[in-house]
Design a protein around this ligand. Structure first.
Ligand code: FMN
Ligand code: SF4
Ligand code: SF4
Length: 435
């Protein structure tokens, strides 16, 4: 069986699956239950200064569901912990003492003054916790008070607070980034410049999940009103994957340890984030939707897949996909594909035809010789893959590489790689020396 043991910034855990700072890690009772189910670590729900914040007393969640009522996206207007600092610190100390083999990182958010950070770091250090995560990400409630994403949106503040924290603690410092910015590389670079040991991302995305069309209040509604919230869950995974990859690829931040967060639900999600450069994984919505037992599928699924692929340790997967991410202009324009429909699998629903007919390239028939039949017309197909994605039957439509002459253009397909930078239609192309 593959070795799932993890060493992230010197913090050891039996696996790289940690619960993200959120309701699942809000108190000892939850964290102990999570550890019993096998979670490798937790980032404790963000601590702040006393007196604690006060949450709304009505609905704080809203969701986007798929047609089968599966939860795809979760929106929340919750704040950081609303329990006294002393209570949290006491519980953290107890849990760390009782579960020494698990990772226990404490998330923090205090006003942007060096003394405030120094004071809370000292108190966290006394608990024996393994590290701290600086919450520069929460998009609601705290940002209006100059904390959370109000800090995470200003690289200079990130660098400044990271530097203070490194100066005032010997614990590893993880900077948690907000996705509510234009280019994730800038806050990540600032975290590195400030001396942070790692970044974690993503926190939640600014969102309004819906509107009640009877009273026109945003959802979730509190007495007829609502606020924007933070969006997370499976729907945000592609955004998180890209941001993780951006940091892994950037020359100024590559090599900086990354803890990936955002929509992780299954072992496959974990493997994808690892391949894109993360070496630690955090989960919130999946645990809130299905309970702590989801970690069992992550552990067995990832280790089975690693065995099948011949990987023996997590490090062997980390960053494997990074060299395969390429700027668009370097993609091979001589790689030509056509859609292929498996007539035995086709249920003749017609979705591929209508998608291609109305919005793509009129490359799929609906009748052949007067009979309902869906066939690809190679002379029209540009290989876009839309039909594959709208077909309700998995693997019924696949893409196949073609060689020789492209029936659509009538031109030979060069065997060698060729990209946009050298294409004759590109006015900026690098001219051949002989021209
Ligand atoms: C209800 C709720 C409360 C959260 N509270 C915090 C928090 O206190 N501190 C923090 O850093 N992130 C907080 N988060 C964000 C999560 O830690 C995580 O970054 C985000 O949910 C994305 O992961 P997911 O898609 O697995 O849920 C919260 C998320 C939810 C849903
Ligand atoms: S790949 Fe694109 S162009 Fe070709 S048949 Fe499918 S939808 Fe049409
Ligand atoms: S969408 Fe798929 S199943 Fe439906 S007609 Fe096209 S190929 Fe057949």
């Amino acid at each position: 069986m593959a070795d799932l043991r993890s060493d992230f910034l010197g913090i050891k855990s039996p696996n790289p699956f940690w619960l993200a700072s959120a309701p699942p890690t809000d108190k000892e009772y939850n964290v102990v239950r999570a550890f019993k189910e096998g979670w490798g670590g937790v980032v404790w729900k963000t601590l702040g200064e006393d007196p604690p914040v006060v949450n709304v007393n009505g609905p704080r969640y809203g969701a986007v569901h798929g047609p089968d009522r599966r939860l795809l996206g979760l929106n929340n207007i919750e704040l950081i912990t609303d329990r006294p600092l002393e209570v949290n610190l006491r519980e953290i100390k107890t849990v760390k003492r009782d579960w020494p083999d698990r990772a226990l990182v404490v998330s923090l958010m205090v006003p942007c003054e060096e003394k405030n950070w120094a004071d809370i770091l000292k108190r966290v250090e006394e608990t024996g916790a393994d590290g701290v995560e600086l919450n520069f990400g929460c998009p609601h409630g705290m940002s209006e008070r100059g904390m959370g994403s109000a800090v995470g949106q200003v690289p200079e503040y990130i660098e400044m607070v990271a530097r203070w924290c490194k100066a005032h603690t010997r614990m590893p410092v993880i900077v948690k980034l907000t996705p509510n910015i234009t280019d994730i590389r800038y806050p990540a670079r600032a975290a590195r410049a400030g001396g942070a040991d790692a970044v974690s991302l993503i926190n939640t995305i600014n969102s309004i999940i819906g509107v009640n069309l009877d009273n026109f209040a945003p959802i979730p509604e509190i007495d007829g009103k609502g606020s924007h919230g933070g969006y997370c869950g499976p729907a945000v995974k592609p955004i998180a994957l890209n941001m993780v990859a951006e940091i892994a690829r950037d020359s100024e931040t590559s090599g900086m340890p990354i803890s990936a967060i955002g929509g992780i639900t299954t072992w496959r999600d974990c493997a994808e984030f690892l391949a894109l450069g993360a070496s630690n994984l955090q989960v919130c919505t999946a645990a809130m939707t299905y309970g702590f037992k989801v970690v069992k599928e992550m552990i067995s699924g990832l280790s089975d897949w690693m065995d099948e692929k011949g990987f023996t340790a997590i490090d062997e997967i980390v960053g494997r996909s990074v060299p395969n991410i390429e700027a668009w202009q370097y993609l091979n324009l001589n790689y030509v594909t056509k859609a292929r429909i498996d007539q035995d699998l086709c249920i003749k629903c017609g979705r591929c035809h209508i998608a291609c007919e109305d919005t793509s390239h009129q490359a799929i028939t609906h009748t052949v010789n007067g009979v309902r039949r869906f066939e690809v017309i190679d002379e029209e197909c540009v290989g876009c893959n839309l039909c594959v994605n709208v077909c309700p039957v998995e693997n019924c439509i696949t893409m196949e590489q073609v060689h020789g002459v492209d029936p659509r253009t009538g031109k030979p397909i060069p065997d060698e790689y060729g990209n946009w930078t050298e294409h004759p239609n590109n006015p900026m192309r690098v001219q051949e020396a002989a021209e």
